[in-house]
Design a binder for this molecule. Sequence first.
Ligand SMILES: C[C@H](O)[C@@H](O)[C@@H](O)[C@H](O)C(=O)O
Ligand SMILES: [Mg+2]
Length: 459
Amino acid sequence: MYRNQRPCETSGDSKKGERLSLSDIQITEVRVLDLRFPTSRAKIGSDAVNKDPDYSAAYVILETNSDLVGYGLTFTLGRGTELCVSAAQYLARYVRGRLLSSITDDLGAFSRQLTNDSQFRWLGPEKGVIHLAAAALINAVWDLYARVEAKPLWQLVADMTPEEIVRTIDFRYIDDAITSEWAIEHLKQKRTGFNERLEVLKQSGYPAYTTSAGWFGYSDDEIRQLCRDGLADGWTHFKLKVGGEPLHDKRRAALIRSEIGTSNKLMMDANQKWGVEEAVRRTRELAEFDPWWMEEPTSPDDILGHARIKREVSPVRIATGEHCQNRVFFKQLMQANAIDVCQIDSCRLAGVGENLAVMLMAARFEIPVCPHAGGVGLCEYVQHLSAIDYLCISGSMENRVTEFVDHLHEHFVDPVRIRNAHYVLPAVPGYSIEMYPQTLRDYNYPDGSVWKKLGASGG
Ligand SMILES: C[C@H](O)[C@@H](O)[C@@H](O)[C@H](O)C(=O)O
Ligand SMILES: [Mg+2]
């Protein structure tokens, strides 16, 4: 087992060089910020449904009685971020004032506490604004936990025993698909080959694909140029946004296919644009461009619709997940044989624990996990989840590739690094989601300098 050698030390009130433990850390304050980036102006992140996203986040800061601070965020598209902020501020009561150990001793119970406030849960349950808010807080707690243990998040989990991993998960509503006993047994079996897989990750990283060449609002010239740049940088998997006029989609698909050739992979993403029958028709029309998958062909809530589309467009594979509200939905998608590719979302699901639950179910149903990462901070998060999946859960990279978008990484203190179209394994303690103080000031909505200059027109 790989153990990090760097102990976490403090320079604050505690004695210099003293190692802090989880029971020394008290969360003294929770701050939640509304951060928005004006990405819509350049059509960054645009798709057939979300035409003008301003990549945004409800950003949580956990202050402690030490120098250590925990960070977490949930991803939004601009307007409405204030609702997530407000929900996170409400849920902060379950975190503020607590000893970190009182949370980390039973992270599954902590998740349940956040998602089961007896009045607040009426607003969900476990979906929408309140679930996004829970994700930001839960991820911030995991970030703090990893910092105290002086490990990058993936390693914090990889160093846990199977029993400890399983304890971070709330199995309520999914134990008809996987039980904690099954999960422990599975995790034990996957210990075989762990060190070899870790070596692979350290040497080559985790395979990634790029979405940044094919946003919906990009012109043909932009797409052409970005494909050429992408190929020069070593990318082999490209995603195109579809769901526009049929001829428009076909022209763009032909363009991107002619640029990347037949040996590279092309994925397509309709972002929920179509009804079920339209999705079948349109996917069949686009099949001539050999899509490696069709993503979000219809409403994210239509499990049986996905199952029918999957049956009728095979061998084109169906991917979904970025709008799957919780583990119960993923369970049903898998039980109904409705997806070929499982796209977990690091902060639509309620943080690390619920993502572990879905990755375990995906292993049980033998469905590859290819995390969603189109947004701000999602790449920073998912690199850890993919490493955990490979090291501890699926043990495989076959048919697995993690999304990468090349936007806004400059705002992160420990940004993702891509080498040869692979995520480089993160080495810095935490969940890689801390942003620079200057960014927090400039992009705060509506009072940050960037929005003052723009006239806060996104609100
Ligand atoms: C609005 C966003 O950029 C989405 O288009 C994006 O998350 C996308 O669906 C993706 O798969 O990356
Ligand atoms: Mg998508």
